[in-house]
Design a protein around this ligand. Structure first.
Ligand SMILES: Nc1ncnc2c1ncn2[C@@H]1O[C@H](COP(=O)(O)OP(=O)(O)OP(=O)(O)O)[C@@H](O)[C@H]1O
Ligand SMILES: O=P(O)(O)OC[C@H]1O[C@H](OP(=O)(O)OP(=O)(O)O)[C@H](O)[C@@H]1O
Ligand SMILES: [Mg+2]
Length: 333
């Protein structure tokens, strides 16, 4: 009995989907899953940090902070999650061996930067910073202090730039205030609008961009991917891919010219479009094209004699292949 249970847990276990529970990513992440037709059924209370997906068995949803999601993907406690690339690169020593970044999500943009006081007018680049650091070490006998919560990203970036004379002061919040407060000389932190840096009289070094980050859909390579989890991930990624395909394409419908004479295959090829239902058929023509090219294609159809050209968005466009799933399965095998 116990053995059967265990076997079925390993093979048929739940896929753990880690979703931001607070902060900047939460709302956008919920909207992203919603667009893909994935609706959360949260437990009874607002403090219930586990839930399910409506109509998708084999999935347990866990609500976590963005940084916890990164560590759970790394350890394999979660199979799939949404979090910032900055947190993945910071938290995971070997990101490419531990997780697969399946797709950027178009929100949560933030840049990890090296910023110094604006008053340091002669310090514009990492090489200037190297001089400042050596100078401090030699003349004052102390090391340049960097306030950051991105300890690993900072060490890697400074090593790449050959800067070694520094000391990291780990900061857990209000990092940009550290220079004014006297607890560090410079900072490494994320910025989006630049408002916080400006308010603290800091400037980004010309070559001080460590990473341009955005929220990603991330899969763990360390989690147990049994039959149940693979079934669930195929469903999830199928819907996500269908929504993405739908969002970036438009469907163009028209009536065939009275003569019946129109080179649909040629038009499709020259506009990066496809003929999802073929080029034969009755009076109705249906094409799908990249959203950006829809006006060109609509014009070309009208030129070719097509009538009643109309364009619409589709909610989901399921295709034969699923590039997200294929990438993940290739990494798992
Ligand atoms: N302007 C921004 N400030 C902070 N984070 C941002 C911003 N824009 C995008 N993000 C992304 O959101 C992630 C989480 O930041 P957020 O501020 O939501 O979490 P948090 O509540 O500070 O989490 P924690 O308590 O774990 O630090 C960041 O690591 C980054 O990837
Ligand atoms: O460039 P900006 O648009 O000004 O945004 C950047 C600021 O936002 C974040 O802080 P957050 O408000 O998340 O507070 P936290 O430090 O407590 O995470 C980040 O740590 C920066 O301080
Ligand atoms: Mg924050």
């Amino acid at each position: 009995m116990a053995e059967t249970m265990q076997g079925s847990e390993a093979g048929e276990g739940l896929l753990v989907l880690a979703v931001p529970s607070k902060g900047r990513l939460q709302e956008n992440a919920a909207a992203f899953f919603g667009r893909a037709g994935l609706t959360f059924a949260q437990g009874a209370g607002a403090r219930d940090y586990r839930g399910r997906l409506v109509g998708v068995p084999d999935v347990e949803v866990r609500y976590l902070s963005a940084s916890e999601i990164a560590s759970q993907l790394a350890s394999g406690a979660a199979h799939l999650g949404v979090t910032g690339e900055d947190l993945i690169r910071e938290t995971l020593p070997d990101a490419s061996g531990q997780v697969e970044l399946l797709t950027p999500l178009g929100f949560g943009q933030a840049t990890v930067v090296v910023a110094v006081p604006q008053a340091w007018i002669d310090v514009r680049a990492m090489s200037d910073l190297d001089e400042v650091a050596s100078d401090m070490r030699v003349r004052q006998g102390r090391r340049l202090r960097i306030a950051t919560k991105y300890v690993n990203l900072t060490r890697r970036f400074f090593a790449e730039h050959g800067v070694a004379d520094y000391r990291i002061v780990e900061s857990l919040g209000a990092t940009e205030g550290a220079p004014a407060a006297g607890s560090a000389e410079i900072v490494v932190d994320i910025t989006t609008t630049g408002a916080t840096l400006a308010a603290n009289a800091l400037k980004i070094l010309d070559d001080g961009i460590i990473l341009r980050s955005e929220a990603n859909l991330v899969a763990s390579l360390k989690a147990a991917w049994g039959a149940g989890q693979r079934r669930a991930v195929a469903t999830l990624l199928g819907r996500i891919a269908a929504e993405e395909r739908a969002r970036t394409t438009r469907e163009i419908r028209a009536a065939r010219p009275a003569s019946g004479d129109i080179d649909l295959a040629g038009l499709a090829a020259s506009h990066g479009a496809e003929l999802p239902y073929g080029s034969e058929g009755g009076s109705e023509i249906v094409l799908r094209c990249p959203a950006a090219g829809l006006f060109d294609l609509a014009d070309a159809l009208a030129q070719a004699g097509a009538l009643a050209v109309s364009v619409r968005r589709v909610d989901y466009a399921f295709g034969a292949g699923n590039p997200l799933l294929e990438r993940l399965l290739a990494r798992l095998s």
